[in-house]
Design a protein around this ligand. Structure first.
Ligand code: ZN
Length: 368
C-alpha cells in the first residue's frame, strides 16, 4: 500500500509541531528532532510506500527502520492525517469530477483502512427505497442523487398540485397533474443517468404493501402520509426485512428525525409505549385525543422540508457507508423552531415486548 498526506499545513514551534487539518482545531505534536516534520514533508510529495518513505528519511539523515516508519504512519493515521493513496479516487477522471465533493468530504473520515473511494462506492452500490416524494421526500431524493446512491425505488401515490410548490422543488409547473413518482424518477434520470431509478405509484395500506419492495433494499428512507399508522407500517416492513429505516416529520413548531436499526435499536413501534393513552380521562389523555383528531393543513415550507430531507439523507449516509455510526437510532432528534432550530436528542428505549422488534431477522445493521 502507498500512503499520502491529507491536505494539511504545519509549522514548527520550538520542540513541537503545530498541524492544522480541520480549521476548527489544531494539533500540537512533540517533534524534538524534526523527524515528524520530515515525515510530513516526504508524505506531502505524493504517494509512497513504507520503503520509499524510509529511504527519503535516511537521505535526510534520520536513522530509521521500516518498523519505525510504519509506527510513525500508524500514529499519523490515528490523528487522521494520512490515507490510502491507492484508493483515493475512482476509476475515471469523469467519475472523479462527478463525485469530487463526495470524495473530498469522505477525505475527512478516510484513513489507512478506510478509503474515500470505498465510501463513495458503497453509496454507488446501495439501493434505497424512498417512501414519499412530497415535502421532505423531494429534497431527500435530490440529496441521495447528489450523493450518488446507485439505485432508488420511489414510492408515492400523489399527483403534482400547485400547492406543492412552496416546498417541493423537484417539480415544475408543467408537471401539475402528473404522477409525482414518475416525474421524480425522470428528474433523477436527467440528473444522473447512472442511477437506476424505479417509480412505484401505489397506495400503501399496510406493511404487506411494501413486502415486495424491501427484499433487495439496503435502506428505507422518508415517510408516507395519509394514514395515522403509515409510519408504523413502514417500520414493520423495515424491521421484518432487517433493513434500516430513517424517517422524519414536522409538527407545527418542531421538526424531528429518527432511525431504526432492526434488531439493534428501538423501533418506531417501541416508541408508541410512551405515548399518552388517548382513552385516559386526564388532560394529557384528552390532549392526545384532540391531537389525533385534529385535521391540520400542511404547514410545511421549503426551508423546513429541505432540512428534514437532508437530515434523513445524512443519517442514511451513515448507515450506507459506516463513515460514522447512526446518530438517531432509537433517538428522536428534535429541532425546535421556537429556539432557532436548536437540536435536542430524546432517546427512547427498546420495548422488550415489542411485537415488531421480534420480527427482526438478525442483530445489528451489519451492512457496513
Ligand atoms: Zn420495536
Amino acid at each position: 500500500m502507498r500512503f499520502v498526506l491529507k491536505e494539511c499545513a504545519w509549522e514548527a514551534l520550538g520542540d513541537e509541531l503545530v498541524v492544522v487539518f480541520d480549521p476548527r482545531e489544531s494539533l500540537v505534536v512533540a517533534d524534538p528532532d524534526g523527524k515528524i516534520e520530515a515525515l510530513l514533508t516526504e508524505l506531502n510529495r505524493g504517494a509512497q510506500t513504507v520503503r520509499q518513505v524510509r529511504s527519503a528519511l535516511l537521505r535526510r539523515g534520520f536513522e530509521v527502520t521500516e518498523e519505525d516508519v510504519a509506527a510513525g504512519l500508524k500514529g499519523l493515521d490515528s490523528i487522521g492525517l494520512i490515507e490510502n493513496a491507492d484508493d483515493r479516487w475512482l476509476h475515471s477522471p469523469s467519475e472523479n469530477d462527478r463525485h469530487f465533493s463526495n470524495l473530498t468530504f469522505f477525505g475527512s473520515f478516510s484513513g489507512i483502512t478506510r478509503s474515500r473511494a470505498d465510501y463513495v462506492r458503497r453509496l454507488r452500490d446501495a439501493h434505497v427505497l424512498v417512501l414519499g416524494v412530497g415535502g421532505a421526500g423531494s429534497s431527500l431524493v435530490q440529496c441521495l442523487a447528489g450523493l450518488g446512491v446507485g439505485a432508488m425505488t420511489l414510492v408515492d401515490r400523489d399527483d403534482v398540485e400547485p400547492r406543492n410548490f412552496a416546498r417541493q422543488f423537484l417539480y415544475r409547473q408543467a408537471d401539475i397533474g402528473r404522477s409525482k413518482v414518475d416525474r421524480a424518477a425522470e428528474w433523477v434520470r436527467d440528473f444522473d443517468p447512472e442511477i437506476d431509478v424505479r417509480a412505484v405509484d401505489r397506495w400503501i395500506r399496510g406493511p404487506e404493501d411494501l413486502a415486495d419492495l424491501t427484499a433487495d433494499a439496503d435502506l428505507l428512507a422518508g415517510g408516507i402520509d395519509g394514514a395515522r399508522d403509515a409510519n408504523l407500517w413502514v417500520n414493520e416492513a423495515a424491521v421484518r426485512a432487517g433493513v434500516p429505516f430513517v424517517t422524519g416529520l414536522a409538527g407545527r413548531t418542531q421538526l424531528m428525525y429518527t432511525s431504526v436499526d432492526p434488531g439493534n435499536s428501538a423501533c418506531i413501534q417501541c416508541d408508541e409505549v410512551d405515548r399518552p393513552d388517548e382513552r385516559e380521562t386526564s388532560s394529557v389523555g384528552i390532549a392526545q385525543r384532540l391531537t389525533l383528531r385534529m385535521r391540520s393543513s400542511n404547514f410545511l415550507i421549503g426551508p423546513i422540508a429541505m432540512q428534514i430531507g437532508s437530515l434523513i439523507a445524512y443519517e442514511a449516509m451513515r448507515y450506507l457507508t459506516g463513515f460514522e455510526p447512526p446518530q438517531a437510532a432509537g433517538v428522536r432528534v428534535v429541532l425546535d423552531l421556537r429556539t432557532g432550530l436548536t437540536p435536542e436528542r430524546q432517546p427512547f428505549s427498546q420495548d422488550p415486548n415489542c411485537p415488531v422488534c421480534q420480527l427482526a431477522p438478525k442483530k445489528g445493521y451489519g451492512r457496513t
